[in-house]
Design a protein around this ligand. Sequence first.
Ligand code: F6R
Length: 364
Amino acid sequence: EKGGFPDFMLKEIYEEPRTIRDTLAGRMVNGHLQFDELSLNYDELAAIDRVYIIACGTSYHAGLIAKNLIEAWSRIPCEVEVASEFRYRNPIITPSTLVVAVSQSGETADTLAAIRDARIKGAKVFGITNVVGSPVARESDGVIYIKANKEIAVAATKSFLGQVAALTLLAMLLGQLRGGLTTAQIRMLFREMADTAQHIEQILADTSAIEEAALACKDAQNALFIGRGIGSTICYEGALKLKEISYLHAEAYAAGEMKHGPIALLDEGFPVIVVATKSPTYDKVISNIQECKARGALVVAIATEGDEEIKKHADHVIYIPKVRDCFSAITASVPLQLFARDIAIARGCDVDQPRNLAKSVTVE
Ligand code: F6R
């Protein structure tokens, strides 16, 4: 049932192009976004003045990406919070608050508790989940299903990409309702997001640079992931993937924070994985790479195809196809997942069943 793959994690990474295609299927009809199952009241949705994205773990990281898009396109303030914190404080929730609960399994205890709490306080709750009829689906006012099919490996991979795709659709919808995006822009964004399925296929067709970089880092004790903007949000997920399956201590930082503490960690050979794709802050990221190199760090850069310049700065370069910055969240996550898996395999870990972890956390 692993379909010829050595483990479920790898099989599921190779299912990512399909996850993108399936999650987007039927969402654009005659040039308009389609969310029939939400039975949307557009007036109600247009009156939303605050969005909370609530989730745990990897799903929380998908939320971090979505915050950037929701605020950019709709100008509605959006906060992302881990469910176990949200449920025990007293967040500002009113009937014009939209709570988006993101959960692959649809049964995470803290996320469910947050949904219940938000509904009691009058918020509108949308669930984003992979499991049809799950508690998150049943207890939300509306649900958007990601179409990742069953995910067996404990570490979330394809479901993360499905979540990012579904949240991006929701951000587009809010942008359209608030006049931040025109119909033409929505169509263009949708097409470009759909194209990421091919970009992922291209990444999966040659993974040699990822394997080489992983080999260079496999014996390290620690690793740091840095980036800016969308790049920083991907780093949090890259670091989580690495620590959970390889037991290598990994941390993620917004690259601008390096001088405020973490740069003290660096010494000869310390692995720093940098998301350095072409983005509005590309030059700043290059300066961060230079600062790391000056302290002897081993730099692995995820970069945009055609960027020859970066070879002068980084020890290992993993190229990915050029996409609009917001969609680099989808494409750049793929090499980070493979990088984590390659290191875990090299260290002799069971990538599908990491110690101490369960696929769904139904108790607090
Ligand atoms: C990490 C991972 C976990 C889950 C988290 C939330 O690879 O899988 O961090 O993302 O336990 O699970 P769901 O999305 O099912 O609520």
